[in-house]
Design a protein around this ligand. Structure first.
Ligand SMILES: Nc1ncnc2c1ncn2[C@@H]1O[C@H](COP(=O)(O)OP(=O)(O)OP(=O)(O)O)[C@@H](O)[C@H]1O
Length: 227
């Protein structure tokens, strides 16, 4: 089991007692895609933020590869669990050109790269030299989301939380992103948590689905994946 939660609970400090995530028991295996499906406000993104180590649960426990972890993650946990947001701007410093943002993970994790290897790598994401000298505001939503994904995959995480990764994109870019994710998973055995209010997408991508209603996560079995 790569990720497991036990009675994970979260109440926002200003929420007057409302429980955003209510004793969630979630499990994720290596190479698996699990869906979190539910209406707006049901608690999906909050659980995603907890799993990614960006907020600390009010109570409950989270394990990564059997080891108890708590935010902010460090070392292998930090590198191993990543999140792709619906709005990729969140992940980029607005003042930096893309070249600076793209080299960041290589520098943080001391991974080898060269300018030409970076250019070659980015080609697979439909990004070219011309894009590297623009700031996030000078890139389209689709380009920025592909850059966000390229940046995450460069560090070879074990788990990626995909929080509505395609809902702001046109259909062609949606398909591109989903194909990159599927292809990467088949080669690297990465695990995904797919957060979506789109039942069809969840059923297409996920082996298992948790239905989310008012903070309560209930496991359902979706159709087998078509990987
Ligand atoms: N920063 C915050 N402060 C207080 N309450 C919040 C905050 N963020 C979310 N909430 C509340 O927590 C609950 C769960 O929100 P969450 O964003 O996790 O839902 P969601 O299922 O991801 O919704 P969506 O599909 O619209 O993104 C909602 O009632 C929401 O209003």
């Amino acid at each position: 089991m790569i990720l497991q939660t036990e009675k994970l609970t979260y109440k926002y400090p200003n929420s007057h007692g409302h429980t955003a995530v209510d004793q969630a028991d979630i499990s994720l295996h290596k190479g698996e895609t699990v869906g979190l499906f539910g209406e707006s406000g049901s608690g999906k993104s909050t659980l995603g933020l907890i799993l990614a180590g960006l907020i600390k649960p009010t109570s409950g426990m989270l394990r990564h590869n059997g080891e108890k972890i708590s935010a902010p993650y460090k070392g292998a946990h930090r590198r191993g669990i990543q999140i792709l947001f619906q709005h990729p701007e969140i992940s980029f410093n607005p003042a930096l050109i893309l070249l600076k943002s793209m080299t960041e993970p290589y520098n943080i994790y001391a991974l080898p790269y060269s300018y030409s290897s970076l250019l070659e790598y980015l080609k697979h994401y439909g990004l070219y030299e011309e894009h590297l000298y623009r700031t996030p505001a000078q890139l389209s939503g689709g380009e920025l989301q592909r850059a966000a994904l390229a940046r995450i995959l460069a560090i070879q995480p074990e788990v990626i939380v995909l929080d509505e990764p395609t809902s702001m994109l046109d259909v062609i870019t949606q398909v591109q992103i989903m194909n990159i994710l599927k292809d990467y998973q088949s080669k690297n055995n990465v695990s995904y948590i797919l957060i979506s209010h789109n039942r069809i997408l969840c059923e297409k991508m996920c082996g298992r689905i948790y239905k989310v209603e008012n903070g309560v996560f209930t496991e359902e079995y979706g159709r087998p994946t078509d990987k």
